[in-house]
Design a protein around this ligand. Structure first.
Ligand code: NAI
Ligand code: 15L
Length: 264
């Protein structure tokens, strides 16, 4: 299946730069977009657009069939930047999608939607949300927008609660949360090309034996089968990182539990 016009937001970010070439192979036309300064920084030719600017997003979305939405604040922090990029940004994107007839959006949600769940607790996508900060709440808002625009306007969405997408696992926590670059692309490709996804919510992790998340049904709907596992790094990482009993080491959100609150 070849997609027509595919938009990648956050194209100059860590994951956008990893994914762009492979995404180009799935579509007739790939539009790369990010903040102008971010595009410049990485020498990426794309469309500069602040997601908080409704008119700019409307122009960006002209004729777009499918979106991989990675753009926005990607870490925990004060509310105001998150409000602009993640809440207004997602709202602008879905409103433009509704007006322009966009068919499907793959939304990069995050494990921080359930960051206050205890490590080791097995969670399915329909579990009770337990966000661990402003960032996690903003991703929950994005998931809510995705659900709303499916139920009311028939725009399909796949929301991926991505774990830790890095070349390799880096610590004890990521032995559970790691998503390899190969599995990241495979999951996004499946999310873009599966015949009917409606509103689908899934975690994004590799086949880690220590994973805390069970996306069996959603992954089956998407046709995604992870190929990689963090376990080969386990002995090495456990020897470097002794066990801790801090709050961050007990909760699924890890180090984000050490951040905030943010006073005005
Ligand atoms: P990143 O921070 O490297 O990239 C995000 C991009 O969004 C940046 O290039 C930034 O310039 C752009 N951006 C920020 N504010 C914007 C705005 N107002 N308008 C337009 N663009 C804006 O993040 P990364 O690691 O590439 O993650 C991509 C997405 O995946 C993010 O939405 C993040 O929340 C999500 N995610 C990433 C995970 C990971 O392990 N890397 C884990 C879970 C979720
Ligand atoms: C995220 O949502 C962040 O975007 C990423 O930088 C990592 O912190 C990741 O979660 C994680 O929890 O490891």
């Amino acid at each position: 299946m070849t997609l027509r016009k595919l938009l990648l937001t956050g194209a100059a970010g860590n994951l956008g730069r990893v994914l762009a070439t492979d995404l180009a192979s799935l579509c007739d036309e790939l539009v790369l977009s990010d903040l102008p300064a971010s595009l410049d920084k990485h020498g990426i030719r794309g469309v500069g657009c602040d997601l908080a600017d409704a008119d700019a997003v409307e122009a960006l979305m002209q004729g777009v069939e499918t979106v991989v939405h990675l753009g926005g604040v990607s870490v925990e922090g004060p509310f105001e930047p998150i409000l602009q990029a993640n809440l207004r940004g997602v709202h602008n994107l879905y409103e433009s999608a509704r007006r322009q007839g966009t068919r499907r959006i793959v939304f990069a949600s995050s494990n921080h939607v359930i960051g206050c769940a205890r490590q080791g607790q097995k969670l399915k996508p329909d579990c009770e949300p337990q966000p661990d900060g402003n960032y996690g709440v903003s991703k929950l808002f994005g998931e809510g927008m995705a659900r709303l625009y499916w139920d009311r306007y028939g725009i399909e969405s796949v929301c991926l609660r991505i774990g830790t997408a890095l070349p390799e696992p880096i610590d004890r926590r990521s032995l559970s949360t790691w998503l390899s670059p190969r599995d990241l692309f495979s999951l996004i490709r499946a999310s873009l090309t599966a015949p009917q996804v409606g509103f689908t919510l899934a975690y994004g992790n590799s086949a880690n034996p220590r994973a805390w998340w069970d996306s069996t049904e959603a992954w089956a709907r998407l046709g995604f089968v992870p190929q990689d596992s963090a376990e080969p790094w386990a002995a090495q990482l456990e020897s470097i990182h002794p066990p801790e009993d801090s709050r961050a080491a007990q909760m699924q959100g890890g180090g984000f539990l050490n951040m905030g609150p943010y006073d005005r």
